[in-house]
Design a protein around this ligand. Structure first.
Ligand code: ZN
Length: 355
Protein backbone atom coordinates (compact mmCIF):
# COMPACT_ATOMS: atom_id res chain seq x y z
CA UNK A 1 0.00 0.00 0.00
CA UNK A 2 1.63 3.23 -1.14
CA UNK A 3 1.39 6.56 0.63
CA UNK A 4 -0.48 7.90 -2.41
CA UNK A 5 -3.15 5.21 -2.19
CA UNK A 6 -3.67 5.97 1.52
CA UNK A 7 -4.18 9.67 0.68
CA UNK A 8 -6.39 8.91 -2.32
CA UNK A 9 -8.63 6.70 -0.14
CA UNK A 10 -8.93 9.36 2.53
CA UNK A 11 -9.87 12.08 0.04
CA UNK A 12 -12.36 9.88 -1.79
CA UNK A 13 -14.06 9.09 1.53
CA UNK A 14 -14.22 12.77 2.48
CA UNK A 15 -15.72 13.64 -0.92
CA UNK A 16 -18.31 10.90 -0.31
CA UNK A 17 -19.15 12.47 3.05
CA UNK A 18 -19.57 15.90 1.44
CA UNK A 19 -21.94 14.38 -1.12
CA UNK A 20 -24.13 12.91 1.63
CA UNK A 21 -24.05 16.20 3.53
CA UNK A 22 -25.18 17.97 0.36
CA UNK A 23 -28.20 15.63 0.14
CA UNK A 24 -28.97 16.44 3.76
CA UNK A 25 -29.07 20.19 3.17
CA UNK A 26 -32.82 19.75 2.75
CA UNK A 27 -34.94 18.54 5.67
CA UNK A 28 -37.11 16.63 3.21
CA UNK A 29 -34.20 14.47 2.05
CA UNK A 30 -33.07 13.86 5.62
CA UNK A 31 -36.57 12.54 6.40
CA UNK A 32 -36.48 10.37 3.28
CA UNK A 33 -33.09 8.80 4.08
CA UNK A 34 -34.18 8.37 7.70
CA UNK A 35 -33.09 5.08 9.32
CA UNK A 36 -30.37 4.39 6.75
CA UNK A 37 -28.83 7.82 7.30
CA UNK A 38 -28.83 7.31 11.08
CA UNK A 39 -27.10 3.93 10.76
CA UNK A 40 -24.55 5.40 8.38
CA UNK A 41 -23.79 8.23 10.82
CA UNK A 42 -23.78 5.96 13.88
CA UNK A 43 -21.37 3.50 12.34
CA UNK A 44 -18.98 6.23 11.13
CA UNK A 45 -19.10 8.06 14.45
CA UNK A 46 -18.18 4.91 16.34
CA UNK A 47 -15.70 3.19 14.05
CA UNK A 48 -13.94 5.73 11.79
CA UNK A 49 -10.32 6.69 12.48
CA UNK A 50 -10.38 10.04 10.64
CA UNK A 51 -11.47 12.62 13.28
CA UNK A 52 -12.91 14.89 10.54
CA UNK A 53 -15.26 12.08 9.56
CA UNK A 54 -16.22 11.24 13.15
CA UNK A 55 -17.11 14.88 13.86
CA UNK A 56 -19.15 15.30 10.66
CA UNK A 57 -21.01 12.02 11.13
CA UNK A 58 -21.85 12.76 14.78
CA UNK A 59 -23.21 16.18 13.89
CA UNK A 60 -25.28 14.95 10.94
CA UNK A 61 -26.55 11.94 12.92
CA UNK A 62 -27.74 14.07 15.85
CA UNK A 63 -29.42 16.52 13.50
CA UNK A 64 -31.26 13.80 11.60
CA UNK A 65 -32.34 12.12 14.85
CA UNK A 66 -33.76 15.46 16.00
CA UNK A 67 -35.70 15.89 12.73
CA UNK A 68 -37.02 12.36 12.97
CA UNK A 69 -38.10 12.81 16.59
CA UNK A 70 -39.86 16.13 15.85
CA UNK A 71 -41.72 14.38 13.04
CA UNK A 72 -42.51 11.06 14.73
CA UNK A 73 -42.67 11.61 18.49
CA UNK A 74 -42.47 8.74 21.00
CA UNK A 75 -43.77 5.21 20.27
CA UNK A 76 -47.51 4.69 20.84
CA UNK A 77 -49.10 1.60 22.35
CA UNK A 78 -51.12 0.88 19.19
CA UNK A 79 -48.14 1.14 16.81
CA UNK A 80 -48.23 -1.26 13.84
CA UNK A 81 -45.51 -3.88 13.32
CA UNK A 82 -43.98 -1.68 10.60
CA UNK A 83 -43.89 1.28 13.00
CA UNK A 84 -42.28 -0.88 15.71
CA UNK A 85 -39.60 -1.86 13.19
CA UNK A 86 -38.92 1.78 12.37
CA UNK A 87 -38.48 2.64 16.07
CA UNK A 88 -36.21 -0.36 16.55
CA UNK A 89 -34.00 0.67 13.60
CA UNK A 90 -33.81 4.30 14.66
CA UNK A 91 -33.18 3.58 18.36
CA UNK A 92 -30.49 1.08 17.45
CA UNK A 93 -28.71 3.72 15.36
CA UNK A 94 -29.26 6.33 18.09
CA UNK A 95 -27.38 4.10 20.53
CA UNK A 96 -24.35 4.16 18.23
CA UNK A 97 -24.54 7.97 18.25
CA UNK A 98 -24.66 8.07 22.05
CA UNK A 99 -28.27 9.34 22.08
CA UNK A 100 -30.32 8.03 25.00
CA UNK A 101 -33.70 6.52 24.18
CA UNK A 102 -34.20 4.48 27.36
CA UNK A 103 -37.27 6.44 28.53
CA UNK A 104 -39.26 5.30 25.47
CA UNK A 105 -38.22 1.68 25.53
CA UNK A 106 -40.76 0.27 28.06
CA UNK A 107 -43.65 1.37 25.79
CA UNK A 108 -41.86 0.04 22.72
CA UNK A 109 -41.20 -3.33 24.40
CA UNK A 110 -44.85 -3.62 25.40
CA UNK A 111 -46.11 -2.62 21.94
CA UNK A 112 -43.67 -4.99 20.22
CA UNK A 113 -45.23 -7.96 22.07
CA UNK A 114 -48.63 -7.25 20.47
CA UNK A 115 -47.39 -8.47 17.09
CA UNK A 116 -46.16 -11.87 15.98
CA UNK A 117 -42.71 -12.85 14.70
CA UNK A 118 -44.14 -13.30 11.20
CA UNK A 119 -45.19 -9.66 11.06
CA UNK A 120 -41.61 -8.60 11.71
CA UNK A 121 -39.59 -11.23 9.86
CA UNK A 122 -42.12 -12.64 7.33
CA UNK A 123 -41.48 -16.05 8.95
CA UNK A 124 -41.08 -17.42 12.46
CA UNK A 125 -37.34 -18.03 13.01
CA UNK A 126 -38.09 -19.99 16.20
CA UNK A 127 -39.76 -22.79 14.26
CA UNK A 128 -38.70 -22.71 10.59
CA UNK A 129 -35.78 -21.81 8.32
CA UNK A 130 -36.02 -18.76 6.02
CA UNK A 131 -38.73 -19.75 3.51
CA UNK A 132 -38.69 -19.54 -0.27
CA UNK A 133 -42.44 -19.04 -0.82
CA UNK A 134 -42.77 -15.34 -0.04
CA UNK A 135 -43.72 -13.45 -3.22
CA UNK A 136 -42.12 -10.21 -4.30
CA UNK A 137 -44.44 -7.25 -4.78
CA UNK A 138 -46.22 -7.85 -8.08
CA UNK A 139 -45.36 -5.60 -11.01
CA UNK A 140 -48.93 -4.24 -10.72
CA UNK A 141 -48.01 -3.01 -7.23
CA UNK A 142 -50.11 -5.61 -5.35
CA UNK A 143 -48.81 -7.28 -2.16
CA UNK A 144 -49.54 -11.01 -2.13
CA UNK A 145 -49.66 -13.37 0.85
CA UNK A 146 -47.01 -16.00 1.49
CA UNK A 147 -47.59 -19.13 -0.58
CA UNK A 148 -49.50 -17.45 -3.44
CA UNK A 149 -48.17 -18.24 -6.90
CA UNK A 150 -50.32 -15.82 -8.92
CA UNK A 151 -51.34 -12.23 -8.19
CA UNK A 152 -54.58 -11.84 -6.22
CA UNK A 153 -55.46 -8.68 -8.18
CA UNK A 154 -58.29 -9.80 -10.51
CA UNK A 155 -57.25 -7.58 -13.37
CA UNK A 156 -53.62 -8.78 -13.14
CA UNK A 157 -53.28 -12.49 -12.23
CA UNK A 158 -49.61 -12.45 -13.15
CA UNK A 159 -47.32 -15.26 -12.12
CA UNK A 160 -45.41 -14.07 -9.03
CA UNK A 161 -41.66 -14.13 -8.48
CA UNK A 162 -40.54 -15.45 -5.11
CA UNK A 163 -38.12 -13.57 -2.86
CA UNK A 164 -34.81 -15.30 -2.32
CA UNK A 165 -34.63 -16.98 1.09
CA UNK A 166 -31.25 -15.27 1.50
CA UNK A 167 -32.91 -11.88 1.26
CA UNK A 168 -35.52 -12.87 3.87
CA UNK A 169 -32.78 -14.19 6.12
CA UNK A 170 -30.47 -11.16 5.75
CA UNK A 171 -33.37 -8.86 6.68
CA UNK A 172 -34.27 -11.04 9.67
CA UNK A 173 -30.69 -10.99 10.97
CA UNK A 174 -30.52 -7.21 10.65
CA UNK A 175 -33.91 -6.52 12.22
CA UNK A 176 -33.28 -8.96 15.10
CA UNK A 177 -29.84 -7.44 15.69
CA UNK A 178 -31.30 -3.91 15.85
CA UNK A 179 -34.03 -5.06 18.24
CA UNK A 180 -31.52 -6.71 20.52
CA UNK A 181 -29.31 -3.63 20.69
CA UNK A 182 -32.27 -1.70 22.08
CA UNK A 183 -33.51 -4.57 24.23
CA UNK A 184 -36.80 -5.18 22.40
CA UNK A 185 -38.16 -8.66 21.69
CA UNK A 186 -39.83 -9.26 18.31
CA UNK A 187 -41.09 -12.80 18.88
CA UNK A 188 -37.71 -14.19 17.83
CA UNK A 189 -34.19 -13.33 18.87
CA UNK A 190 -31.04 -12.80 16.83
CA UNK A 191 -29.82 -16.27 17.84
CA UNK A 192 -33.05 -17.77 16.42
CA UNK A 193 -32.26 -16.26 13.00
CA UNK A 194 -28.54 -17.12 13.17
CA UNK A 195 -29.35 -20.73 14.07
CA UNK A 196 -30.32 -21.38 10.40
CA UNK A 197 -26.75 -20.76 9.19
CA UNK A 198 -26.09 -24.47 8.43
CA UNK A 199 -29.29 -24.58 6.34
CA UNK A 200 -28.01 -21.66 4.24
CA UNK A 201 -24.48 -23.03 3.71
CA UNK A 202 -22.67 -23.66 1.48
CA UNK A 203 -23.17 -20.53 -0.62
CA UNK A 204 -23.46 -21.17 -4.33
CA UNK A 205 -20.83 -19.86 -6.70
CA UNK A 206 -21.42 -16.72 -8.75
CA UNK A 207 -21.50 -18.76 -11.98
CA UNK A 208 -24.41 -20.86 -10.67
CA UNK A 209 -26.55 -17.91 -9.61
CA UNK A 210 -28.65 -15.36 -11.44
CA UNK A 211 -27.48 -11.80 -10.86
CA UNK A 212 -30.29 -11.06 -8.42
CA UNK A 213 -29.75 -14.31 -6.46
CA UNK A 214 -26.05 -13.51 -6.32
CA UNK A 215 -26.82 -10.08 -4.84
CA UNK A 216 -29.22 -11.51 -2.27
CA UNK A 217 -26.68 -14.14 -1.20
CA UNK A 218 -23.87 -11.60 -1.03
CA UNK A 219 -25.90 -9.13 1.03
CA UNK A 220 -26.91 -11.94 3.42
CA UNK A 221 -23.23 -12.81 3.93
CA UNK A 222 -22.20 -9.18 4.50
CA UNK A 223 -25.01 -8.77 7.03
CA UNK A 224 -23.89 -11.86 8.97
CA UNK A 225 -20.57 -10.05 9.38
CA UNK A 226 -22.12 -6.67 10.23
CA UNK A 227 -24.48 -8.08 12.82
CA UNK A 228 -21.76 -10.20 14.44
CA UNK A 229 -19.15 -7.41 14.51
CA UNK A 230 -21.52 -4.58 15.50
CA UNK A 231 -21.26 -2.85 12.11
CA UNK A 232 -17.51 -2.49 11.90
CA UNK A 233 -16.42 -2.38 15.54
CA UNK A 234 -14.81 -5.79 15.90
CA UNK A 235 -12.47 -7.96 13.89
CA UNK A 236 -13.66 -11.53 13.37
CA UNK A 237 -11.63 -14.69 12.92
CA UNK A 238 -12.01 -16.61 9.62
CA UNK A 239 -12.16 -19.82 11.70
CA UNK A 240 -15.50 -18.69 13.20
CA UNK A 241 -17.11 -18.15 9.78
CA UNK A 242 -15.10 -20.18 7.23
CA UNK A 243 -17.81 -20.38 4.55
CA UNK A 244 -18.55 -16.68 4.75
CA UNK A 245 -14.87 -15.74 4.63
CA UNK A 246 -14.40 -17.98 1.60
CA UNK A 247 -17.43 -16.42 -0.10
CA UNK A 248 -16.05 -12.90 0.42
CA UNK A 249 -12.60 -13.92 -0.78
CA UNK A 250 -14.02 -15.59 -3.90
CA UNK A 251 -16.52 -12.88 -4.87
CA UNK A 252 -14.84 -9.53 -4.33
CA UNK A 253 -13.57 -9.81 -7.90
CA UNK A 254 -17.08 -10.70 -9.20
CA UNK A 255 -18.48 -7.47 -7.76
CA UNK A 256 -15.82 -5.49 -9.64
CA UNK A 257 -16.52 -7.42 -12.85
CA UNK A 258 -20.18 -6.38 -12.44
CA UNK A 259 -18.86 -2.84 -12.04
CA UNK A 260 -20.86 -2.46 -8.85
CA UNK A 261 -19.37 -0.07 -6.27
CA UNK A 262 -22.14 -0.74 -3.74
CA UNK A 263 -21.50 -4.48 -3.62
CA UNK A 264 -17.72 -4.07 -3.94
CA UNK A 265 -17.77 -1.71 -0.96
CA UNK A 266 -19.75 -4.13 1.22
CA UNK A 267 -17.68 -7.16 0.27
CA UNK A 268 -14.49 -5.17 0.86
CA UNK A 269 -15.16 -3.90 4.38
CA UNK A 270 -16.54 -7.27 5.48
CA UNK A 271 -13.52 -9.07 3.97
CA UNK A 272 -11.23 -6.64 5.82
CA UNK A 273 -13.20 -7.31 9.02
CA UNK A 274 -11.44 -10.69 9.06
CA UNK A 275 -8.11 -8.92 9.50
CA UNK A 276 -7.06 -9.02 5.82
CA UNK A 277 -4.38 -6.38 5.34
CA UNK A 278 -4.33 -3.34 3.05
CA UNK A 279 -1.49 -5.01 1.12
CA UNK A 280 -3.61 -7.98 0.05
CA UNK A 281 -3.72 -7.90 -3.77
CA UNK A 282 -7.54 -8.23 -3.97
CA UNK A 283 -7.98 -5.48 -1.40
CA UNK A 284 -5.64 -3.17 -3.30
CA UNK A 285 -7.48 -3.80 -6.58
CA UNK A 286 -10.80 -3.10 -4.89
CA UNK A 287 -9.45 0.18 -3.42
CA UNK A 288 -8.36 1.25 -6.92
CA UNK A 289 -11.69 0.24 -8.42
CA UNK A 290 -13.63 2.31 -5.86
CA UNK A 291 -11.37 5.35 -6.20
CA UNK A 292 -11.66 5.22 -10.00
CA UNK A 293 -15.44 4.66 -10.06
CA UNK A 294 -16.33 7.67 -7.85
CA UNK A 295 -18.58 10.18 -9.62
CA UNK A 296 -17.47 13.83 -10.02
CA UNK A 297 -20.05 14.88 -7.37
CA UNK A 298 -18.49 12.52 -4.79
CA UNK A 299 -21.22 9.85 -5.00
CA UNK A 300 -20.92 6.31 -6.35
CA UNK A 301 -23.14 4.27 -8.65
CA UNK A 302 -25.52 5.20 -11.43
CA UNK A 303 -28.44 7.21 -10.16
CA UNK A 304 -30.87 10.05 -10.78
CA UNK A 305 -33.20 12.00 -8.50
CA UNK A 306 -35.76 9.16 -8.64
CA UNK A 307 -33.22 6.76 -7.13
CA UNK A 308 -31.44 8.92 -4.56
CA UNK A 309 -31.55 6.18 -1.93
CA UNK A 310 -29.44 3.92 -4.12
CA UNK A 311 -26.85 6.72 -4.56
CA UNK A 312 -26.83 7.23 -0.81
CA UNK A 313 -26.41 3.50 -0.16
CA UNK A 314 -23.71 3.00 -2.79
CA UNK A 315 -21.80 5.99 -1.39
CA UNK A 316 -22.13 4.62 2.16
CA UNK A 317 -20.88 1.19 1.06
CA UNK A 318 -17.99 2.57 -1.01
CA UNK A 319 -16.91 4.84 1.86
CA UNK A 320 -16.94 1.86 4.24
CA UNK A 321 -14.96 -0.15 1.69
CA UNK A 322 -12.28 2.56 1.52
CA UNK A 323 -12.09 4.02 5.00
CA UNK A 324 -9.95 3.06 7.97
CA UNK A 325 -11.64 1.43 10.95
CA UNK A 326 -10.63 1.58 14.60
CA UNK A 327 -11.01 -2.21 14.88
CA UNK A 328 -11.17 -3.87 18.27
CA UNK A 329 -11.02 -7.58 18.96
CA UNK A 330 -11.07 -10.13 17.41
CA UNK A 331 -14.31 -10.79 19.24
CA UNK A 332 -18.03 -11.11 18.61
CA UNK A 333 -20.37 -8.23 19.43
CA UNK A 334 -22.23 -10.81 21.53
CA UNK A 335 -19.62 -13.32 22.81
CA UNK A 336 -22.37 -15.67 23.99
CA UNK A 337 -22.93 -16.63 20.33
CA UNK A 338 -19.45 -18.14 20.02
CA UNK A 339 -20.47 -21.59 21.19
CA UNK A 340 -23.28 -21.74 18.62
CA UNK A 341 -20.99 -20.58 15.80
CA UNK A 342 -18.34 -23.15 16.65
CA UNK A 343 -20.90 -25.92 16.72
CA UNK A 344 -21.95 -24.89 13.23
CA UNK A 345 -18.46 -25.00 11.72
CA UNK A 346 -18.20 -28.04 9.49
CA UNK A 347 -15.82 -28.97 6.75
CA UNK A 348 -17.06 -29.90 3.29
CA UNK A 349 -17.69 -33.51 4.23
CA UNK A 350 -19.83 -32.41 7.10
CA UNK A 351 -17.28 -33.29 9.71
CA UNK A 352 -16.76 -30.98 12.62
CA UNK A 353 -13.41 -29.20 12.45
CA UNK A 354 -13.70 -27.06 15.57
CA UNK A 355 -14.86 -27.95 19.05
ZN1 ZN B 1 -50.37 -8.19 -9.97
Amino acid sequence: MTHNQVRARKFAVRRGMRFIESLCASREWVAYLNGGLLHFCGSLARTAIDPWLVARASRLGRLSYQYWQDETGPPLEDASAAEVLEFVRVYSAARALGIRTSRWRPVLRKTARRHKAREYFEFDPQVEPPPSNIPEICRCGQFNARGRRTCINKSCRSRLRMQSRYRIWGMALTVAYCAETCDVELGGRYADALRWLPAMRPYELRAELSKSDFFDTAYAVTHIVYTLNDFGRFLLSPSWLPNEFEFLHDNLESAMVLHDPDLTGELLDTYRAFGVSDDDSKVMRAYDFLIESQNPDGSWGEWDWETVYSAFHATWAAMDGLREFSWKGPRLANPRLMKMLQEMVHDRDGERILK
